[in-house]
Design a protein around this ligand. Structure first.
Ligand SMILES: Cc1cc2nc3c(=O)[nH]c(=O)nc-3n(C[C@H](O)[C@H](O)[C@H](O)COP(=O)(O)OP(=O)(O)OC[C@H]3O[C@@H](n4cnc5c(N)ncnc54)[C@H](O)[C@@H]3O)c2cc1C
Length: 419
């Protein structure tokens, strides 16, 4: 099998958002690390680093600050979210959430994933003990008493390596998790998210919108597009749109011409964000819910989407994955537990359980309650929005949960570098 054999402290299978973030967090740790990524960064087939934007929470910004990469990410284009308007189509309930409610300078930041990827990969390239093998795929792994034996396929053959710990960060529907015997629970939402950038004739002023429609929510995230030296919003502005749609209607919405698509969005969303035009090319993502009850075993750990894939309704997936990263970094660098040991696996499972369950439960309940046209459910969601709007403790509780401020803090989520 192997043409050459090498030993690493940690092998990370998957250099997507979570795998690359973990590698950056460990870049100065003195550990020997190998990141294996299947698809080249600039390839049109790259599943992570595509045209999407993600909303990062304040706690995720802290993690990137602690890694020393936040300034570079921000310089390449980041749009703060100052407030969020939540409403329910055909209902009276609405809520307005602001960064002033929690005393932070922003509720979150909208960032193109490709910019995050570029900064993470540049940082990795500077690490002396860190190697990136790409394009290459981890095809199998076998757990032994003292290490994990890992087989990697690349352009010119296969390579066998060993590691104290294999971190599986290969995304949702992880094939490696299956191979290593993890109990992976997958359910399709029978929905897809349609994404594009859309123009509006009004300034967005840092406001995001979430509007619940009968077949799923549409989110508009304020988006910064640098038009030469002119960064003013005098001639309108842009939103990154995420529209959850039943699978049966996806193709029809993807193939509408631009004018008809903008008109449909306008009809469903209303005019509170202005008049929509010029949608960019649209792409759809099938939506699944993936849950693994015990995301760590001896010599291996599941990270990010491989451990838990959540609905994008509240923009929580990567933010949750970054908190996995913060926890794992703490266990590797500060806990004193042997790398890859059963004790480390148990501690990871125990430390991550509450946060993952809370986010998975919250997003799932949100989508079940708000993508439902049954009348009593519609009353409940209107009432829910009214409570949030008029009862400040409920508003603060919701904001803290969605900003990742309720999870038990680690050095990284508090913005403190680990070395
Ligand atoms: C429509 C949509 C909108 C979203 N919006 C937000 C948002 O606003 N905020 C937020 O926090 N999250 C958001 N998310 C979720 C976020 O994109 C994911 O949580 C995040 O990408 C997970 O990162 P990951 O590294 O775990 O997995 P991935 O991003 O899937 O990366 C996995 C990587 O592993 C590689 N790989 C796979 N198999 C192998 C192998 N065998 N060997 C080597 N490499 C391998 C793949 O090529 C890939 O690069 C959104 C998701 C969707 C679908």
């Amino acid at each position: 099998m192997a043409s050459k054999s090498r030993h690493y402290d940690i092998v990370i299978a998957g250099g997507g958002l979570c795998g690359a973030s973990l590698a950056c967090a460990l870049v100065k740790s003195g550990k020997r690390i190998l990141v294996v990524e299947s698809v080249a960064f600039d390839s049109g087939l790259q599943p992570t680093y595509d045209e999407r934007t993600v909303a990062l929470t304040y706690s995720s910004r802290n993690v990137f600050s602690a890694l020393g990469v936040w300034e570079q990410i921000e310089e390449r284009g980041s749009q703060p979210i100052h407030d969020i308007h939540v409403s329910n189509r055909g209902g009276f309930g609405q809520a307005h959430l602001s960064c002033h409610d929690v005393g932070t300078e922003a509720l979150g930041y909208v960032i193109p994933v490709r910019n995050i990827g570029r900064v993470l990969l540049e940082t990795l390239a500077q690490g002396e003990g860190t190697e990136l093998l790409c394009p290459a795929s981890v095809v199998s792994a076998r757990v032994k008493q003292a290490c994990c034996e890992i087989e990697i396929a690349h352009d010119s053959g296969t390579l066998g390596v060993t590691a104290e710990l294999l971190v599986i960060a290969d995304g949702g529907r992880s094939q490696l998790a299956d191979k290593l015997g993890y109990m992976v629970n997958i359910k399709s939402y029978e929905q897809s998210a349609i994404l594009c950038i859309v123009k509006t004739d009004r300034p967005h002023q840092g406001r995001a919108y979430e509007r619940f429609l009968d077949d799923g929510p549409v989110a508009l995230l304020p988006h910064r597009i640098d038009q030469g030296a002119d960064r003013s919003e005098a001639n309108g502005s842009h939103f990154a749109m995420v529209w959850t749609t039943r699978n049966t209607e996806v193709n029809q919405r993807l193939t509408l011409d631009d004018k008809k698509f903008a008109d449909l969005l306008q009809y469903m969303f209303g005019d509170r964000a202005g008049s929509f035009s010029d949608p960019s090319s649209r792409k759809s993502y099938p939506l699944n819910r993936i849950h693994v009850d015990r995301p760590a075993l001896k010599r291996s750990v599941l990270l990010g989407n491989a451990a838990h894939t959540v609905h994008p309704v509240a923009g929580q997936g990567f933010n949750l994955g970054l908190r996995d990263v913060a926890c794992l970094v703490h266990l590797i660098l500060e806990s004193g537990l042997a790398l890859g040991s059963m004790e480390m696996a148990r501690e990871y499972v125990s430390l991550r359980r509450q946060d993952s369950r809370a986010v998975e439960g919250f997003t799932h309940t949100l989508i079940r309650t708000f993508s439902n046209s049954i009348t009593p459910v519609s009353w409940i969601r209107n009432a829910g929005l009214l409570v949030i709007e008029h009862f400040p403790p409920a508003k603060r509780m919701l904001l803290k949960a969605t900003m990742g401020l309720n999870a038990s803090p680690q050095k990284l989520t508090s913005g403190i570098p680990t070395h």
